[in-house]
Design a protein around this ligand. Structure first.
Ligand SMILES: Nc1ncnc2c1ncn2[C@@H]1O[C@H](COP(=O)(O)OP(=O)(O)OP(=O)(O)O)[C@@H](O)[C@H]1O
Ligand SMILES: [Mg+2]
Length: 456
């Protein structure tokens, strides 16, 4: 029944002596070790002393009921399975029991084959959980490099390159799809380099309006342009002694690229509207999720700048090409969410893991983090079930219908309403989960729904 050497130990709780004897006999026949208690109080003290693998309890007993016992047991060690037995079963009681975390709810007279099936499943689950907990511990020890998760051969090469690049002071170009860890790699190179105690500054050329990029990079003097009301340092000055990440380098305005090249060559520049030459000591790392060579061919990235930035290239592989890292990363984020939200799920059903491994992960590690966070919030037990994954992960052929459509002219509060309703759809109308995903509190969501006239 179990592959561990020790027979699983079951605590049987029932006020009727005959019932205890019958169960003891059957369970021993099936290879379990049995401990008996005649009420909930005795059960509690035996749980402490004997640490059973599973508890099988009657519901209606003099004194504390089986349901109360269940609650208290789940409070102290939620992963220990509890099965309830009763002669007075009602649907409501069964629902309550399952809600409180009972593994199953069986009625008397006992159907022994069903009892046995429930116990066998519980043992398999327990064993699996133990194994995956051990695996998680082991992985925790050897799971990657610094903040990076992944032990695949391709990632090991990446870690080696990061270390080499940290030793050198040369320019680095990091390429990789969205969410593959380009910014993380840049920071790690900085953190391992001799510049670690100086600033790491990131400038995303795609995130700021074209006309402001120059002043962001080089700073400006008061009065240089409308709106320049004070002198201001740019990224190169702020990063002096440290590292500057030029993110989305292919989006760098073409007319600025010669000036950028000059700074990289001479380590000197002038602020916008400034006369004085400023010298800095900055290491540059650039990143792009586009093909940088392609950008050169298209004429949006100057060839001379490309060669200047690209002394070293670091290519980060997409998650789907990283084999066993996919499962490892999923398990890691599940643990992260347990720590962050106190969610109970410990591991993935095999079917869930299959889906995770089959999905393409176009948004790579960032997307996986979001998907696992959502699943962890939705899961109420030990397991992440396939149903906790978004539909497009479960069935990649399905359209991503969950897109927020924002026609121009829509007001901010309408957008907010759409977003809340859509998130509620995704969480199966679970307001607490939606609140957490949106970073709002649940009360706010309830109030908003009321204000929309939607008390769903
Ligand atoms: N191998 C990894 N292990 C653990 N976390 C990772 C890994 N790669 C990326 N992440 C995490 O995923 C998220 C996205 O990473 P990052 O911002 O570095 O990606 P990026 O390549 O810069 O993406 P984009 O092109 O969209 O800017 C971050 O939270 C980062 O910490
Ligand atoms: Mg990035």
């Amino acid at each position: 029944m179990t592959t561990s050497n020790r027979a699983p130990k079951v605590l049987v709780v029932d006020d009727e002596a005959t019932m205890r004897d019958v169960l003891e006999m059957r369970l021993q026949e099936w290879g379990f070790e049995v401990v008996l208690a005649s009420d909930a109080e005795e059960a509690e003290s035996l749980v402490k002393k004997e640490d059973p693998d599973l508890v099988l309890s009657d519901v209606v007993m003099p004194g504390t009921s089986g349901l109360e016992l269940l609650k208290s047991l789940k409070g102290s060690r939620p992963e220990r399975p509890v099965v309830l037995l009763t002669a007075h079963g009602t649907v409501e009681m069964a629902v309550d029991a399952i809600k409180e975390g009972a593994l199953d709810f069986l009625t008397k007279p006992i159907n022994y084959p069903s009892l046995r099936a429930v116990l066998d499943q519980a043992c398999r689950d327990q064993e699996f959980l133990e194994r995956s907990r051990k695996m998680a511990d082991e992985l925790e020890k050897e799971r990657g490099f610094g903040p990076f998760i992944g032990t695949s051969a391709t990632m090991r090469e990446v870690y080696q390159l990061i270390q080499d690049m940290a030793e050198s002071d040369a320019s680095v170009l990091i390429t990789g799809e969205s969410g593959t860890g380009k910014e993380l790699a840049a920071r790690t190179i900085h953190d391992l380099s001799r510049r670690q105690d100086r600033p790491f500054v990131a400038l995303n050329a795609a995130a700021i309006p074209h006309e402001l990029v120059e002043s962001e990079l080089f700073g400006h003097e008061k009065g240089a342009f409308t709106g320049a009301t004070t002198d201001r340092m740019g990224c190169f000055e702020i990063a002096d002694g440290g590292t500057l990440l030029l993110d989305e380098i292919a989006e760098m305005p073409l007319e600025l690229q010669p000036k950028l090249l000059r700074v990289l060559d001479e380590a000197r520049f002038r602020r916008v509207g400034g006369k004085k030459e400023i010298s800095v000591d900055v290491r540059t790392i650039s990143a792009t999720n586009k093909d940088a060579r392609g950008a050169v061919r298209e004429g949006i990235l100057r060839e001379d700048l490309y060669y200047r930035l690209n002394v070293f290239t670091l290519r980060l592989p997409p998650l789907r090409e990283r084999g066993e890292d996919v499962a490892l990363t999923a398990q890691h984020f599940l643990q992260v969410m347990r720590d962050k939200h106190g969610t109970p799920a410990q591991t993935f059903r095999d079917e869930t893991l299959d889906l995770i491994e089959r999905y393409r992960w176009p948004g790579n590690v960032r997307e996986m983090r979001n998907v696992i966070e959502r699943a962890a919030i939705l899961a109420k037990g030990d397991w992440i079930e396939p149903g906790h994954l978004p539909a497009y992960v479960r069935d990649p052929t399905a359209e991503r219908t969950q897109k927020l459509v924002i026609p121009s002219g829509m007001t901010a509060s309408e957008v907010e309403k759409q977003l809340i309703l859509q998130t509620l759809d995704e969480t199966g109308n679970n307001k607490a989960a939606a609140a957490r995903l949106l970073g709002l509190n649940e009360k706010t969501i309830r109030n908003k729904l009321k204000s929309y006239g939607l008390d769903r």
